[in-house]
Write a protein that binds this ligand. Structure first.
Ligand SMILES: Nc1nc2c(ncn2[C@@H]2O[C@H](COP(=O)(O)OP(=O)(O)OP(=O)(O)O)[C@@H](O)[C@H]2O)c(=O)[nH]1
Ligand SMILES: [Zn+2]
Length: 293
């Protein structure tokens, strides 16, 4: 019995890469008796398989499931933005950060294209997001700034990249794992999954035990699953005010005795950060009110 990871699925066949030996993936089928329940076997799943018959006999417990793309056991979401071209908007960055947080999967934030702006601008943006409690890496595909740090952060992990179009997701993957995707780059769901294609997400091997999903995460950036009451949980820098407001239902909007608002007025919490929170909160409230109230 061998242990491996499903790196690709095509028409009922699963390509399983050994977790014990450095070998090419083998094409396996699923043992008929294997009970999958309501969930099917996903790319990213760790499985037991018989090497000689090439049959998957068991699925090991899943740590995480990412919905878009549908993939199991991702252990790092790499959120990519650019310092310029396209300019990073705080609201969009915050939206992706909240989405990553709701997935329950560890994530980190990259500001790429550091070569396009001054060093002080690079530092300032990174520092502000670090002060909100995020892990930030500034990179440049041109100068290779941040290359080692990013490689180290992804070492031994199964990662999915996410972020708006044109920020350099494919370029970054090519920088840390040259030749992996040749010219094609990451395949966005919109382009790669037309009506006539049934292409599944695939894991690309970027080093021993290190994989990168070939499809960017969060193809739709909608916050529709999050309630207004829950939003603040996804702001790490708000955590220390948990349970401190006068009302335990406080969503830090305009309630009296709100400690989050007080922290903003006292200069303890960044006002811009709070504004991003309020903007997302209003958006979520609108969705929520339309649907449930
Ligand atoms: N100056 C500069 N340009 C970069 C850098 N990284 C990527 N680019 C350029 O930015 C453009 C977009 O890069 P991609 O890697 O295709 O971006 P992407 O995020 O994969 O884009 P989508 O496929 O649309 O999601 C390309 O022209 C790259 O050459 C960088 O660090 N500095
Ligand atoms: Zn409050």
């Amino acid at each position: 019995m061998a242990i491996g990871r499903v790196v690709r699925a095509i028409a009922g066949f699963y390509y399983v890469e050994s977790l014990e030996e450095d070998r090419q993936p083998v094409e396996c089928s699923i043992r008929g008796k294997l009970k999958l329940g309501s969930e099917s076997l996903l790319v990213g799943d760790k499985v037991e398989y018989t090497d000689d018959e090439r049959v998957i006999t068991a699925i090991l417990p899943r740590q995480t499931v990412l919905k878009r793309p549908y993939i199991a056991n991702i252990d790092c979401i790499v959120l990519v933005f650019a310092h310029q071209n396209p300019d990073p908007s705080d609201i969009l960055v915050t939206k992706f950060l909240v989405l990553a947080s709701t997935s329950g999967i560890p994530y980190l934030l990259i500001f790429n294209k550091s070569d396009l702006v001054s060093k002080s601008k690079v530092q300032k943006l990174a520092d502000s997001y670090r002060s909100y409690g995020y892990q930030v890496i500034c990179t440049s595909v041109l100068t290779h700034l941040g290359k080692r740090t990013l490689k180290q952060a992804l070492n031994g992990k199964v990662a999915a990249f996410a972020g708006p179009s044109g920020v350099g997701k494919s370029a970054l993957v090519n920088m840390i794992a040259p030749g992996l995707m040749l010219k094609t780059g990451l395949i966005s769901e919109k382009i790669g999954r037309g009506k006539h294609t049934t292409r599944e997400v695939q894991l690309l091997k970027a080093g021993a035990g290190t994989y990168i999903a070939d499809t960017p995460g969060f193809s739709q950036i909608e916050l529709d699953g999050i309630s207004p009451e829950e939003l603040a949980e996804h702001f790490p820098d708000f955590h220390k005010y948990n349970g401190k407001c006068r009302f335990n239902t406080c969503i830090h909007l305009s309630e009296p005795g709100c400690q989050v608002k007080k922290a903003v007025d006292d200069g303890q919490l960044d006002r811009l950060r709070y504004q991003s929170y309020i903007e997302l909160l209003q958006e979520i409230k609108k969705i929520w009110d339309n649907r449930y109230r």
